[in-house]
Ligand binder design. Structure first.
Ligand SMILES: CC(C)(COP(=O)(O)OP(=O)(O)OC[C@H]1O[C@@H](n2cnc3c(N)ncnc32)[C@H](O)[C@@H]1OP(=O)(O)O)[C@@H](O)C(=O)NCCC(=O)NCCS
Length: 196
């Protein structure tokens, strides 16, 4: 599996240039990224509430290392935006664990506050969508809090549509928020159809 991933990375034009001219790269996560990823997530969940995590639910660094390994092993995608050695964001496309839902991936993505609004979210999402098409994924799914219009707009830009809405599913800083389910179809192997 590792060989296939490395080949995939090598074949991809995955260099990105930020507005200030700095060059970064989108690449598969490595075990040694775990420490930075967890530290960035700790800060994000302290400062904002867009991710379905709490301080107690976050992986520790060792668990995240194992998670990076596991995600690779199971044929899912764990990509990072690396700007001069700094992890500016991640995108996880996790395949269904069973044969019956292996055609579906679930998304987790974030860009650190410092790097938002510079097109990095777009680049890593485009990378993930391309990866999904290459890997025969048929459907990309996610859930997003209703108090996160920026993320909803971001997903809509990439053709995600709302599939459902669980009312008052979370309480964030004293307010109820809904959990919105969104998805994007890439193809339909059973009927030999593909969509954009
Ligand atoms: C959602 C997120 C990943 C977008 O990443 P980003 O790098 O800032 O996004 P980009 O700069 O590539 O912008 C892509 C699109 O997102 C939307 N967007 C980004 N910033 C926005 C803003 N401030 N207001 C409205 N829409 C915005 C727009 O549709 C934009 O497209 P456009 O530039 O053509 O208008 C980022 O805001 C983030 O990490 N948020 C916190 C974590 C989070 O919400 N994760 C998703 C949880 S489900």
């Amino acid at each position: 599996m590792k060989g296939v991933e490395e080949q995939y990375v090598k074949s991809e034009p995955n260099e990105i240039t930020l507005k200030n001219g700095t060059v970064g790269v989108i690449r598969f996560a490595r075990e040694e990224d775990a420490k930075q990823i967890i530290h960035k997530m700790e800060k994000m969940i302290r400062d904002e509430n867009y991710l379905e995590e709490e301080p107690e639910s976050l992986n520790d660094v060792e668990d995240e290392r194992r998670e990076i390994k596991r995600i690779k092993r199971e044929g899912s995608l764990y990509a990072v935006v690396d700007v001069d050695g700094e992890i500016a964001g991640v995108l996880i496309f996790r395949r269904g664990a069973l044969e019956m839902n292996y055609h579906v991936v679930n998304v987790r993505t974030w860009i650190t506050e410092k790097y938002r609004g510079q097109g990095l979210g777009s680049k890593i999402m485009e990378y993930g969508i391309k990866w999904s098409k290459d890997q025969g994924v048929e459907k990309i799914c996610l859930d997003v809090f209703s108090n996160n219009p920026i993320a909803i707009q971001f997903y809509e830009k990439y053709g995600f549509v709302v599939e459902g809405n669980r009312k008052k599913q979370y309480i964030l800083r004293g307010d109820y928020v809904d959990e919105i389910f969104m998805s994007k179809f890439l193809g339909d192997k059973m009927n030999n159809r593909s969509t954009s």
